[in-house]
Design a protein around this ligand. Structure first.
Ligand code: ZN
Length: 308
């Protein structure tokens, strides 16, 4: 029997940007607690991620960016890269572990060792552009995973769904000129990072949603624009930038999704993966800042991946 892999790295819980920062270690603790309470842990195959190596990171980031992150890493204390994004002594290995988890997820599903995978990691990655960190993100883990599938396994078509409430500007920036990647992002607009609403591209599908959009509006957007595009593209692998900050209880944003909406969109992606690529799907945690809602939402997401 082929299982769902749950991948993390120990240092993901040690990256800490201060007591009042919403992107906190408590997020992973809440996910862990809720998945244990839901009886989900025994249904999963647990993996500790290796660190991504620089060659894997530099498929999607400039050598200058990578060097800047490595050299900014502090021995003690905290160093800010922008007002929202800071490094402590564990941030570098956490970010490398997050990207390494996404790479391992691709390895497991493409080698038939797992049906699909969820990477319960932080820092998130989807705001990190080719040349700069941004918005709590250092290395773009989902982009590193896509590039690994394309370059190491020779895949020709990888589709990425980003349902985080914020536009996946980093992923768009990295794959803007690469039609081997179909990128679909749903996001509150106008809202941080104030990008994506006027992109014109045949392989980038940006779906801006007004503040207050609920699950019905979200499901319509996915059904009408994302699913037909994925069907036409026929991906060999599906990746998800799984942010849960479009939840109605999230403190940073203003959409109104609930756990059932995350279960629904996950089921839709599992169905698409079954139709086009033997079920190959890797999901990587991005945002989600009400830790209780995050724990509940991730549990439903992983439950759908594992089919339990
Ligand atoms: Zn977000």
């Amino acid at each position: 029997m082929v299982h769902t892999a749950f991948i993390t790295h120990n240092d993901c819980s040690k990256h800490d940007m201060g007591d009042f920062h919403p992107e906190s270690p408590a997020r992973l603790g809440a996910i862990n607690d809720r998945m244990i309470a839901g009886g989900l842990m025994p249904c999963l195959e647990h993996h500790e991620a290796p660190l991504a190596d620089r060659r894997q990171i530099e498929r999607v980031h400039s050598a200058t960016h990578v060097e800047n992150i490595f050299s900014a890493s502090p021995r003690r204390g905290m160093v800010h890269l922008d007002p929202d994004t800071a490094m402590n002594p564990h941030t570098l290995t956490a970010a490398l572990g997050a990207a390494g988890a996404a790479v391992l997820g691709v390895d497991l599903v493409l080698q038939g060792k797992a049906q699909n995978a969820f990477c319960g990691v932080r820092p998130p990655g989807h705001h990190a552009e080719r040349d700069r960190p941004m918005g709590f993100c250092f290395f773009n883990s989902v982009a590193v995973a896509a590039a690994h599938a394309l370059e190491h396994y020779g895949l020709e078509r990888v589709a990425i769904l980003d349902f985080d409430v914020h536009h996946g500007n980093g992923t768009e920036n990295i794959f803007r000129n690469d039609p081997r990647v179909l990128f679909c992002s749903t996001f509150q607009h106008p809202f941080y990072p104030y990008q994506g609403a006027d992109t014109v591209s045949d392989h980038i599908i940006n779906i801006p949603l007004r503040a207050g959009t609920d699950g019905a509006g979200f499901r319509d957007a996915i059904s009408e624009r994302c699913i037909p595009a994925f069907d036409a593209f026929s991906p060999q692998l599906i990746l998800i930038s799984a942010g849960f900050d479009a939840h109605r209880e999230d403190p940073l944003a203003h959409l109104r999704l609930v756990e059932a909406d995350y279960a629904w969109v996950t089921g839709a992606m599992v169905t698409l993966a079954g139709r086009h690529c033997g079920g190959a799907l890797v999901s990587v945690l991005e945002g989600g800042y009400n830790v209780d809602a995050l724990g509940r939402s991730v549990t439903e997401h992983v439950r759908m991946l594992a089919g339990v």
